[in-house]
Design a protein around this ligand. Structure first.
Ligand SMILES: [Zn+2]
Length: 360
């Protein structure tokens, strides 16, 4: 508020962009704002005032030239009253608003704060509308108190800034999204996690043999157990016993799945999302990857993490792509998902070439 009503002339001029003033731009902006305002549900006097001000600015944009001396800049309260009368002659009291400077000033003082509120609320709508019209500018409602005696309070618009495109997503053709380049990212966690990340688990060494034997035993146990459950279900005498055994069977499948599914995926695809045990508290982008070192007989299992910059998000997309499940749409695949739009900015993931292309 202080910025808008500030009588400090030095500050005003520094805020205005004096170098590239263009009356056609101001006229087009005023017309655009009027058209946007016509779509609002709000039909209050304050909005009508804005429409009148837009009409005045579109008809005589040079009056808003920031280089003008304070006494010639902007539109007076009575100018707005006249424009209101021209557009809506039935507004009560519009004649004295147009003809009597005191009434006009009182009316403007009454409705201006409301208009300021509406303007603040509608700022994103206005800016998007201006951008769609090819006007990447930020426009402010402006009131100049006039200062000394005999000077009128003036109303108008001010071009505050050229909106920099860094604020929004870069202009990118979605049919030609560039490839992304994945890179390793640091892994932190407990000793097991760090060891799996730094050295990897060589499946031909003793550690690997223990790991494989434990899972082989679990696999045999689960198979035998499932077989027993199925046999018992066949032999059960009552429906209740049958259902109980069915429940046990279902639980067995769930446990089996969580123990072995990631291993099956890892063996089949040579890379898989790591099980919960190895994931950090916040996040689930740690992967297990099988690699064969030169001359080694067997694979080594590494815990890895990849990241990439999202080309669609541009500046804001640094490190934003993480590898995750392809869900139903890319079933059985790992994909790169952008943190900012995980279901839209989706890229393929290839741990060998470390490249990905846009999948949508
Ligand atoms: Zn993105």
């Amino acid at each position: 508020m202080a910025k808008v009503t500030s009588p400090d002339n030095g500050e005003q001029t520094s805020n205005r962009l004096e170098t590239d003033w263009n009356p056609d731009e101001m006229a087009l902006a005023a017309q655009t704002i009027e058209r946007i305002a016509a779509d609002w549900k709000d039909r209050s006097r304050a909005v009508q005032m804005l429409q009148a001000l837009c009409g005045l600015a579109a008809g005589d944009p040079d009056r808003l030239n920031p280089d003008l001396a304070a006494e010639s800049w902007g539109f007076r309260a009575t100018d707005i009253g006249e424009e209101l009368r021209r557009r809506w002659p039935k507004i009560p009291g519009v004649n004295s608003w147009a003809d009597n400077p005191d009434t006009a000033k009182a009316k403007m003082n009454e409705h201006w704060p409301k208009l300021k509120n509406i303007w603040e609320r509608q700022k994103p709508t206005i800016e998007d509308g201006l951008r769609a019209e090819g006007l990447p500018i930020e426009i402010a409602l402006y009131r100049d108190e006039g200062g000394g005696s005999g000077n009128y309070t003036k109303y108008g618009f001010r071009i505050d800034a050229r909106a920099d495109s860094g604020d929004s997503a870069p202009d990118i053709d979605l049919l030609r999204v560039p490839q992304v380049q994945y890179r390793h990212q640091d892994i932190s966690g407990n000793r097991l996690v760090r060891w799996m990340s730094d050295r990897g688990l060589y499946l031909g060494g003793w550690g690997g043999k223990v790991f494989l034997s434990v899972f082989l035993l679990l696999l045999i146990f689960t198979v035998v157990w499932s077989w027993l459950v199925i046999v018992a279900m066949g032999a059960s005498s009552s429906a209740v016993a049958f259902l109980k055994l069915g429940l046990i069977g279902g639980l067995t499948i769930v446990i089996f799945y969580s123990l072995f599914a990631w291993q099956l995926r890892l063996v089949a695809n040579r890379v898989a999302v790591a099980p919960m045990l190895l994931q950090p508290w916040a996040g689930d982008d740690y992967l297990l990857e099988l690699r064969k070192k030169d001359g080694a007989e067997r694979n080594t299992m590494y815990l890895v993490r990849y990241t990439a910059d999202c080309p669609i998000c541009g500046e804001h997309g640094k490190d934003s792509i993480r590898v995750a499940s392809g869900r139903w749409e890319f079933f059985g695949r790992l994909v790169g998902r952008c943190d900012r739009a995980p279901n839209e900015h989706v890229f393929s993931f290839d741990q060998i070439s470390r490249k990905g292309r846009f999948l949508r």
